[in-house]
Write a protein that binds this ligand. Sequence first.
Ligand code: UD1
Length: 343
Amino acid sequence: MKKIIVTGGAGYIGSHTVVELQQAGFEVIIIDNLSNSRVEVISGIEKITGIRPHFENLDCLDYIGLDKLLKKHEGVDAIIHFAASKAVGESVEKPLLYYRNNLVSLMNLLELMPVHGIKNIVFSSSCTVYGQPDELPVSENAPIKPALSPYGNTKQVCEEIIRDTLHASKSMKAVLLRYFNPIGAHPSALIGELPNGVPNNLVPFITQTAIGLRKQLSVFGNDYNTPDGSCIRDYINVVDLAKAHVTAMKRMLDNKCEESVEVFNLGTGRGLSVLEIIDIFQKVNGVEVPHKIVGRRDGDIEKVWANPERANKVLGWTAVESIEDTLRSAWTWEKRLAEERIK
Ligand code: UD1
């Protein structure tokens, strides 16, 4: 059985990926410091898959701890590195926290991989590296634009650190996965997104407003150069996204990668506006989302959606879940969280 370390495996995308990896027959070791997740997620994963993943409560900034852990779990085949800070606004307030967390964690892993004979890494990157692309849909060879936030910059610099490290070490391989906007929850409603405090992202804010935790959703701008004036994104189902990691992992471990660093966009190829998302959410769930138009949010990109052709053809992965089912899953998950609060 192939052994995979998933850093940030208790987090939103991480936990869904652990489920898919276990269901595909991989043995998983989660490393997570629970800074933006809860330990109960591990039980959720166990309930879905029937397997409790190994769980190590550790911060990837802890080099000595990581070294010990890799010694303990000798024979790891690959690492999927999710563990990172991800709030754009917070990164503007606390840039050094973001640079330290996101860069040093990655550097620790890259340094320790050869020491422990680990050759493969999948890195959790973002479409934020494209900024506002000149051409849409955006493909992997689009130019990298100057980052609009320290968070965005950490993703760019991490990609460069990986490229430079792999250039120097011929035996290692990396896959960089650039996510568009992951949303929704596992259909079992046993795992999903657990935002810390007031959500920054659109869909958790919608679900929390619909359930009554928030009074009103603010739509950040309706004066963009888009059909309805609100921003456009490529919203991708989190389970679809998780499955792409399994496909990428198999490609790496089967030695099918054509280059030492491969890059894939993970999106649906379809752009939807903020107002369209609200509308579809309300229709499919039969619930109202009180909202009002407010001013633009600083640093927001007007429109971006993926050209996922490379992932479709080379990786053999395609996003299949509909936006309707995805927004249904987000609502089912929010209702499940509400039941837990009542208990
Ligand atoms: C951004 C980054 C993404 C990063 C993510 C982390 C881009 C293109 N994307 O996502 O790489 O991983 O942050 O959090 O830079 N909106 C509202 N009201 C709200 C919340 C959001 O109108 O209360 C709108 C936003 O203006 C935006 C859309 O909803 O148009 C999506 O926003 P959000 O979910 O925060 O994701 P991004 O900003 O696209």
